[in-house]
Design a protein around this ligand. Structure first.
Ligand SMILES: *Cc1c(COP(=O)(O)O)cnc(C)c1O
Ligand code: SF4
Length: 450
């Protein structure tokens, strides 16, 4: 009796586990470019299709696991399948001449020439959009604190070094430069103590966002070092711990059947019991990601710890560029207790010609989707560009004094005084990013450029 009572008090999440004997718990099987031919579903494709995937997988990061292949992709319609496009390189993601160039070199088997060509192509794909690498890295006594980015006053980003990879890679990912094994490109910090020192020195910080890659590729025994470090009594001011992750999509077993799943949920409970808010920032692009039962069980178990799950993700041509997909995604999320938070505009990096959606169209999709859902799903903000000066939301398209304009506002700004100030840009139906826009009404500069 007392035992059960204690258990139900301390571990509500664990009560809800589906009964899986450890021996039956699936083990993660990962496939990269080298194991492409080992994927059973790929073996079934025509040779020229397999070859096309292999060519592009030499340029863009590729990694997928058996769960994504077996449970998320509908192979009967693979070419148009949004999860296939999200995870498998496609011929159209490279420019035709680039594709031919890489394909030709692959045929020769010349590894040195391949490496040179691949590096050249990657350089053209803008691997570090919006000054990701150099800006916003803070210093203590003049020495950069590696693994930390601090752009907005109240929120610090932390990149634990063991979390700089993902269970599966997204084909559009702007962090792709971090994954291709070049050490110089990695944000890394194995030191939880450096993070704690920095936070102690910055009492204005209320939120820490642990991100990657995907921090949930880490074993619980590693991740808990970072999380428990935040329980330091001198970090009272850090009220919210966010964890950014796509593991609810790519490996929900992490929270259900993995050997250290229960231990992870107990760490979550411990953070919440200490009085912190734990916000799980789930990256979602499509309602299909929430269809498998295990994905829903994972959501239930995380929520049962007292953590909140908020969702965010970019709008992508060929994957989710329709109001219906977003409306259904947000409705599903509200039903499952996930709070829609951000719709992002895809950054100008990687295979952007394949994914980019003009800002005007992004706003139309957002508005049309929002009109189809109840107020509980209208917590989502966007479409938002994470640009150099801050997060800029497209509020709408309208006419002011006879001029067609975009109405914009900062959701987050390098200067917090910019937040919520509306401003205007000349309407441009082809613009896909802030730097394409010109101020309206004949101004030469936007207010934040002055
Ligand atoms: C989005 C973002 C944050 C968090 O901003 P919120 O508006 O608090 O969600 C923090 N840092 C960077 C660099 C970001 O892009
Ligand atoms: S899960 Fe996130 S970090 Fe990982 S590849 Fe996808 S978008 Fe990039």
């Amino acid at each position: 009796m007392t035992e059960t009572a204690t258990l139900s008090r301390s571990s509500a999440a664990l009560q809800d586990s589906i009964p899986v004997a450890p021996a039956e718990a699936p083990k993660l099987t990962v496939y990269t470019e080298r194991q492409l031919d080992k994927i059973p579903q790929i073996q079934a494709l025509p040779a020229h299709e397999r070859e096309a995937i292999r060519v592009v997988a030499n340029v863009l990061p590729f990694r997928v696991n058996q769960y994504v292949c077996e449970e998320l992709i509908d192979w009967s319609n693979w070419k148009n399948d949004p999860i296939f496009r999200l995870t498998f390189p496609q011929k159209e993601m490279l420019m035709p001449e680039t594709f031919e160039q890489i394909a030709d070199i692959l045929k020769t088997g010349d590894k040195v020439a391949l490496k040179d060509a691949v590096n050249q192509v990657r350089e053209t794909l803008n691997p570090h959009p919006a000054g990701q690498m150099d800006l916003n890295v803070p210093k203590i006594d003049g020495v950069p604190v590696q693994g930390i980015q601090h752009k907005y006053r109240e929120t610090v980003l932390f990149f634990p070094s063991q979390g700089q990879t993902c269970h599966t890679y997204c084909t559009f990912c702007f962090r792709w430069a971090q994954f291709i094994g070049d050490k110089d490109l990695k944000f890394a910090n194995s030191e939880a103590s450096a993070m704690v020192e920095y936070l102690k020195a910055n009492p204005q910080v209320t939120d820490i966002l642990i991100t990657g890659g995907d921090p949930l590729v880490m074993k619980t025994k590693n991740l808990r070092v970072y999380l428990e470090a935040l329980l330091d009594p001198e970090l009272e001011h850090v009220q919210t711990i966010r964890i950014g992750s796509k593991s609810l999509t790519f490996w929900p077993q992490r929270f259900v059947t993995d050997p250290d799943a229960d231990e992870l949920l107990m760490v979550f409970e411990k953070l919440i019991a200490s009085g912190k808010h734990l916000a799980f920032m789930a990256h979602y692009n499509h309602w299909r990601e929430m269809e498998p039962e295990i994905a829903r069980t994972a959501i239930r178990r995380i929520r049962a710890t007292g953590a909140q799950i908020r969702s965010q993700g970019p709008l992508l041509k060929n994957i989710n560029d329709s109001a219906e997909v977003w409306a259904q995604m947000w409705k599903t999320q509200v039903k499952l207790g996930v709070i829609p938070y951000y719709m992002f505009v895809e950054r100008d990096t990687g295979a952007r010609h394949y994914f980019e959606v003009p800002l005007a169209q992004a706003w139309t999709i957002y508005r049309d989707a929002l009109q189809q859902v109840s107020g509980l799903a209208r917590t989502v903000r966007g479409p938002s560009m994470s640009s150099e000066p801050g997060k800029v939301e497209i509020q709408g398209v309208t006419e002011v004094a006879g001029e067609k304009v975009f109405v914009l506002r900062f959701l987050q700004g390098r200067d917090s005084d910019w937040v919520q100030k509306p401003f205007f840009a000349k309407y441009d139906e082809n613009a896909t990013w802030l730097h394409h826009l010109k101020p309206a009404f004949g101004d030469s500069k936007f207010f934040f450029e002055k």
